[in-house]
Ligand binder design. Structure first.
Ligand code: MSP
Length: 653
């Protein structure tokens, strides 16, 4: 029987239900699930929490665009997220939604406690405001002085808002990070956070009043809480704090909050400061993982539509199965570091490690037991002992019974890839054992039957141990292997992985290959074809606000020819053009130096907005505007001249 080891509370971030989740989100949840299953198998009473972070301006805007309420919007996406976790057999114990009443009332209580402590005050938020986006930005966030989201002009604005005295907790946070290094892993993240605080920690604006999709500030309901205050609280509201504290008392403080690297700051500074303010214990650990990258960039919702690699977990599971995908995510990437995601790397892992190494080991062993011993796992006998110079049996046994402790040690460090590697050392050793002992040769000589029996027994034992070790990562495969090995009757017990001689007379039964071999080239072709956007697909473009015909009629558009082009002497981003339009020659300055070399512009026929008011750009007059248009080539944003001559030199129809 597995010993009771106490409690273990692990959480994932709660995901924004702004659109369907992709492989990047799946990565974090798969790690948390493997850890939860591992701890359960070891005898811990596990609480595994996940959920969705449903408030905020972004969701409100998306819902407005679709003409539905934010609640309707999130309900739809959250149903999809829950469906995904169900498909992936994610073993969460609770799923918290920040729109649930249980969460709202408890966050309100937490806010009140912080307020009563004197840590929340009313002040003025000063920044740049983008009216169409209803967003405040700091000077540093602006791009060319404009809204970083939509590129439109911003106005200086002030908004009354509530602030949390983060600065008051700066010293305590430094102490926490420096004196409890295990609080934040990996170390590189910890150093970043210490440096961040040492630059000076400012009070945090924790309310908004420009939109209303959020939880009202209890002391002033025209304001809503900043979405991160709302979201971070989920880790205790889901446990019932403070009104239904049974689970809270049992599981808090959390053993680990698993989070992506870009949200480590929220979890290791804001969250502990909130808890300090409310006089509540801090989580034991925050662990920041790296990102899955697609072509050098973070896999993201917008990226999902571009490129060739399929990143939709539902499609990948459908083709390759849950366990193959989970194995790949856990085996391929090193916790804490970024890793490149490609379908090719994924398929190779699936083929080499799963179909070849593990799949072959099981199918060869089962076949041999069927063929040489009527389908029953033979007993171990003295007569069958290894008499070779090298004791292959002892070597296999040593690796087999030593693996579990190694897996434990790696898992305690969140080194999922190394834990799996330890298991595969055994898988590969067992395959090698078959080559070394050559059961097919032993079978030819009746006098060697006892030796053959021991070999088959040892292989069965190794596979039994493997089936326990892989259970937290691939329980379905573990079950399938145990069924083939005749172990269907026995529970998977972690301690059994430390013992070798347990099997005796089980009846094996050959089943389907646990992982079919994939034709990688064919698979890649099919995956890429699936993701390629058909030329005639009709997806509406994201555009600026609609305009009236009268607005358009004000534009005087003329054809011109660029006769000279040079770099602006004082600004790297600007090019200075001399453009001939009929009888007139004029100078136009454009911010396109990063897209075009001056010499390639000369001779181009262009469309000029001729009646635009002249203005000076870095000291040089610009009269009118040459028209350019955004384009996308091979997934890259490019700029094109709006031209009357097509690439092939013919006039555009
Ligand atoms: N709602 C917040 C979290 C609040 S927790 C109190 C949020 N949501 S998110 O949906 O944008 O991201 C959730 C998690 O997914 C983050 O930890 C993020 O790092 C992770 N990932 C999103 N894209 C990812 C990759 N491409 N690779 C790995 N993880 C990625 O942030």
């Amino acid at each position: 029987m597995t010993k009771d080891k106490g409690t273990y509370y692990i959480s994932t971030p709660i995901y924004y239900p702004s659109s369907n989740l992709h492989i990047g989100h799946t990565y974090c949840t798969v790690m948390a699930d493997a850890m939860a299953r591992f701890k359960r198998l070891q005898g811990y009473d596990v609480m595994f929490l996940t959920g969705t972070d449903e408030h905020g301006q972004k969701i409100q805007t998306l819902a407005d665009e679709r003409g539905i309420t934010p609640q309707q919007y999130v309900d739809e996406i959250v149903a999809g997220i829950k469906e995904l976790w169900k498909t992936m057999e994610i073993s969460y114990d609770d799923f918290i939604r920040t729109t649930e009443e249980r969460h709202i009332k408890r966050v309100t209580e937490l806010f009140n406690r912080m307020y009563e402590k004197g840590d929340i005050y009313k002040g003025e938020y000063e920044g740049w405001y983008c009216t169409p986006c209803e967003s405040f930005w700091t000077e540093a966030q602006l791009v060319d002085g404009k809204c970083p989201d939509c590129g439109r002009p911003v106005q200086k604005a002030k908004e009354e808002a509530y602030f949390f005295k983060m600065s008051k907790y700066a010293d305590k946070l430094i102490d926490l990070l420096k004196n409890n290094p295990e609080f934040l892993e990996p170390e590189s993240r910890r150093n970043e956070m210490i440096a961040f605080i040492e630059q000076g920690l400012e009070d945090l604006c924790i309310s908004r009043s420009t939109f209303d999709w959020g939880i009202p500030v209890p002391v002033d309901p025209k304001h809503i809480m900043y979405v991160w205050i709302d979201a971070l609280s989920n880790y205790i509201t889901a446990l019932g704090w403070p009104d239904d504290p049974e689970k809270y008392n049992k599981y808090w403080p959390a053993d680990v909050h698993l989070v992506g690297k870009e949200i480590v700051r929220f979890h290791s500074l804001i969250w502990p400061a909130m808890l300090m303010s409310a006089d509540l214990p801090l989580p034991k650990q925050v662990r920041g993982h790296g990102w899955l990258l697609l072509g050098g960039e973070k896999v993201s919702k917008s990226k999902a539509a571009k490129g060739n690699d399929v990143i939709d977990p539902v499609v990948l599971i459908d083709r390759y199965g849950i366990d193959a995908l989970k194995y790949f995510l856990l085996r391929e990437y090193t916790f804490g570091q970024d890793g490149v995601f490609t379908n090719e790397v994924m398929l190779k892992r699936m083929n080499y490690d799963l179909a070849n190494d593990l799949g072959n080991l099981v199918s060869r062993t089962v076949s041999m037991i069927e063929k040489y011993n009527g389908g029953f796992v033979p007993e171990l006998t003295e007569a069958g002992k290894c008499t070779d110079e090298v004791d292959f049996d002892a070597q296999l046994k040593e690796i087999a019974i030593g693996a579990a402790a190694k897996v434990e040690a790696q898992m305690n460090e969140f080194k999922f890839n190394m834990a799996l590697e330890e298991i595969w050392v055994l898988v590969r050793r067992a395959n090698k054992y078959i080559d070394e002992t050559m059961p097919w040769a032993l079978a030819k000589d009746e006098a060697l039957k006892a030796r053959l029996d021991n070999v088959l027994h040892n292989l069965a034992e190794a596979i039994r141990i493997i089936s326990i070790l892989i259970y937290p990562f691939m329980h379905t495969t573990s079950d399938a292997i145990r069924k083939q090995m005749g172990l269907w009757y026995a529970d998977v017990v972690w301690e059994d992985a430390f013992t070798f001689e347990m099997m005796n007379g089980e009846q094996v039964k050959k089943g389907n290959a646990i992982f079919p071999r994939l034709d990688i080239e064919k698979e890649l072709e099919e995956l890429y074809a699936m993701n390629a956007k058909p030329e005639d697909e009709n997806i509406p473009l994201e555009l600026k606000d609609e305009i009236e015909y009268d607005d358009f009629d004000k534009l005087d558009l003329r054809v011109g020819t660029i006769i000279e082009a040079e770099k602006h002497p004082k600004a790297d981003r600007l090019l200075v053009f001399q453009v001939k339009m009929g009888t007139e020659k004029r100078q136009i300055v454009s911010g396109v130096a990063e897209h075009f070399k001056p010499e390639e512009c000369i001779g181009k026929k262009v469309i000029v907005l001729a009646n635009l008011k002249a203005r000076k750009l870095r000291g040089l007059e610009s009269k009118g505007m040459i028209l350019f248009a955004d384009n996308e080539v091979d997934g890259k944003e490019t700029l094109e001249f709006v031209s009357t001559i097509a690439e092939d030199g013919n006039p555009v129809a």
